[in-house]
Design a protein around this ligand. Structure first.
Ligand code: GLU
Length: 307
């Protein structure tokens, strides 16, 4: 069977989403993100054999936000393996990504590594296992995106820190259950740093290809994870990667995805490709509104999904 015409499909999707770009709201609880123009839309596909397809603003960097949680989870799993699951669960939360209520009911054990509470515990594990966590995370992301210029946006991190009362509350709460070893400030600073990393759609499609390739970056040959661990991260993205809409995503899109409040979403089709999309305005569940629609169209038009 010949491969779908990815370029034609991406260009069609760019046309089809134009009206949607006026809907939804750009995240404003991190003031610095509120300034990003809602008209932006980019999409990129990178296949396992290294072909790159892109449309719209696919080369423009945006704030990764929660998409970075996949990379910190990768570092934590690589460092301590299955011991991680003694400190964080693997079930969808069914609550908003920054909910405090669930944490109290479940004694400080966050439901999964992709809600904020879980990501704070993962950040704590990374801090314990790397001499320089920021440098290690940056090197990992630069390595698998192939973009040596990729960097954080200190203004975004500061803006989030200045308004990060809820994340501070979560961290304090988890600490009260003895599920954080580092100081609240160290955990939050690393967490805000990871969220502020800026990457483009092309960077992220490249940067997630290791998850479509059994944990190994296809062009450097570098194994970030074992095939078994990559399989499990994909499973977690499918069940927990798109906030409280993971069921809808599995139904509509049908591939493992991770989204962020910067409006980016990255998806993985194991053994085939990685796809990413960016459109800043979000729907009520916090996923990019046009981005979600674009991914639904992508898997419908290509006929590719894991189901
Ligand atoms: N830095 C954001 C927060 O913690 C990330 C949220 C997200 O992208 O889901 O609120």
């Amino acid at each position: 069977v010949s491969a779908p015409d990815y370029q034609a499909i991406l260009d069609e999707i760019l046309d089809e989403v134009q009206l949607l770009l006026q809907q939804g709201d750009v995240a404003n609880y991190i003031p610095r993100l509120a300034h990003v123009p809602r008209e932006k839309f980019g999409m990129a596909v990178v296949t396992l054999d290294g072909q790159v397809f892109q449309t719209g603003d696919a080369r423009e960097p945006f704030s990764m936000q929660s998409i970075s949680k996949v990379y910190t989870l990768t570092l934590a799993l690589d460092a301590i393996g299955d011991k991680l699951w003694q400190r964080v669960g693997r079930e969808p939360s069914g609550n908003s990504f920054n909910s405090l209520v669930q944490l109290e009911l479940e004694n400080g054990l966050p439901r999964n590594p992709f809600i904020n509470a879980g990501a704070l515990v993962v950040a704590d594990v990374v801090l314990a296992s790397c001499a320089d966590s920021r440098a290690q995370l940056l090197a990992t992301i630069r390595g698998c995106t192939g973009n040596a210029q990729l960097r954080d946006d200190a203004e975004v991190a500061l803006s989030e820190k200045a308004h990060g009362f809820r994340n501070a509350a979560l961290a304090n709460f988890i600490r009260s259950f003895d599920n954080l070893d580092h100081s609240i400030d160290d955990v939050l600073d690393f967490y805000f740093y990871q969220c502020s990393l800026a990457a483009s759609c092309v960077d992220l499609a490249r940067g997630f290809l290791f998850l479509a390739n059994q944990g190994r970056c296809p062009w450097t040959g570098n194994a970030l994870l074992s095939p078994d661990q990559a399989k499990r991260i994909n499973a977690l993205m499918l069940t927990c990667g798109t906030y409280d809409a993971a069921g809808d995503f599995a139904y509509d899109v049908g591939i493992p995805c991770k989204s962020g409040v910067g409006g980016g979403i990255v998806g993985v089709i194991p053994n085939v490709l990685a796809v990413s999309v960016w459109s800043p305005a979000l729907n009520a569940k916090g996923n990019s509104l046009a981005g979600s629609a674009a991914l639904e169209r992508f898997t419908s038009k290509t006929g590719l999904s894991i189901f």
